[in-house]
Design a protein around this ligand. Structure first.
Ligand code: MG
Ligand code: MG
Length: 301
């Protein structure tokens, strides 16, 4: 059984639609901790990382809030690194996906201290491969993967010790169905493997995820799973920051989580982009908690 540490990140500065800063509360209200405890895990809630309120900030020069978000990510990285050193499994509750530039960097840092590398499974409708120069929206939540690979803004790209946090052969993006032109070019240039929803449709989630797990497990000591709730189809998960039609079904999402638990290799998890403002009576947060139960060992039989 795992020793799971919840860490809330009420961050919305990386997104243009407001509301994801309430995601950690919505997921806590949907009884995440007790659900995981029922599965036999030890769960501690370490509270929230302090995040400046948007209304207190001036618009910074350049990309919206990039220096502020980088500061929050540095704090997150220190916390996830400390948790992993302490034998705990960070479960990071977002908040927008830019937080993963910190959460993954911290876990990679703790593994690097043991001469180990980290694999990354990124479940998302988007590839989050933009950089401050390639972005069209200016939203930092579309950039964390690029920064974890060492591209983009120098400060944000160097949060891991040593940087970059992740090698391109150790990251796989699954569920993508909305990439812009810059991200397609970056995916090729950075050497990232992407399984789109077409791959899931044609080959099935089990085959795609199995191949992805094999790939990111080769030469790594553990897996960080970064789950953007927009991986799931908006019919099931309407309360997300950036909904895109044609996503994973309810069962595909659960199968993904069950399969990841079966690997026994997951060392950290992000659960991000839950947006209660766009949700229907906390349906999406409850779905998220159900997915976390599957990710941490709940079985049908
Ligand atoms: Mg994302
Ligand atoms: Mg997304």
């Amino acid at each position: 059984m795992a020793s799971i540490a919840l860490l809330g990140v009420p961050l919305d500065l990386g997104a243009s639609r407001r509301g994801v800063e309430m995601g950690p509360s919505a997921v806590r209200l949907a009884r995440l901790a007790s659900r995981l405890e029922q599965l036999g895990h030890t769960v501690v809630d370490t509270g929230d990382v302090p995040v400046p309120t948007r209304e207190t900030l001036r618009l910074e020069r350049g990309i919206d809030f990039l220096p502020t978000i980088t500061g929050v990510c540095r704090d997150i990285a220190q916390r996830t690194a400390a948790l992993v050193r302490n034998g705990q499994l960070p479960l990071v509750l977002g908040g927008d996906h830019s937080l993963a530039a910190g959460s993954v960097a911290g876990v990679a840092t703790a593994l690097a201290e043991r001469q180990q590398r980290l694999g990354l499974i990124w479940l998302d409708a988007h590839a989050d491969l933009n950089t401050p120069t390639s972005t069209r929206s200016g939203n930092v939540h579309g950039m964390p993967v690029a920064h974890l690979l060492g591209h983009g803004d120098r400060d944000m790209a160097s949060l891991a010790q040593p940087a970059p946090a992740i090698r391109p052969e150790h990251v796989v993006i699954i569920g993508a169905r909305d990439l812009d032109q810059g991200e397609r070019a970056n995916a090729r240039e950075f050497g990232v493997t992407i399984y789109t929803m077409r791959d899931v449709d044609e080959r099935g989630l089990r085959a795609v995820l199995g191949e992805a797990i094999d790939r990111v497990s080769d030469g790594t000591a553990g897996l960080h799973v970064s789950l953007d709730l927009d991986f799931v189809d908006p019919r099931e998960a309407p309360g997300v920051g950036t909904p895109v039609r044609g996503g994973a079904t309810f069962r595909e999402a659960h199968l993904a989580m069950e399969t990841l638990w079966d690997t026994g290799r997951v060392v950290a998890m992000d659960l991000v982009e839950v947006n209660p403002v766009l949700d229907e009576v906390n349906h999406t947060a409850e779905l998220a908690v159900g997915l976390m139960a599957s990710a941490f060992g709940q079985r049908i039989l």
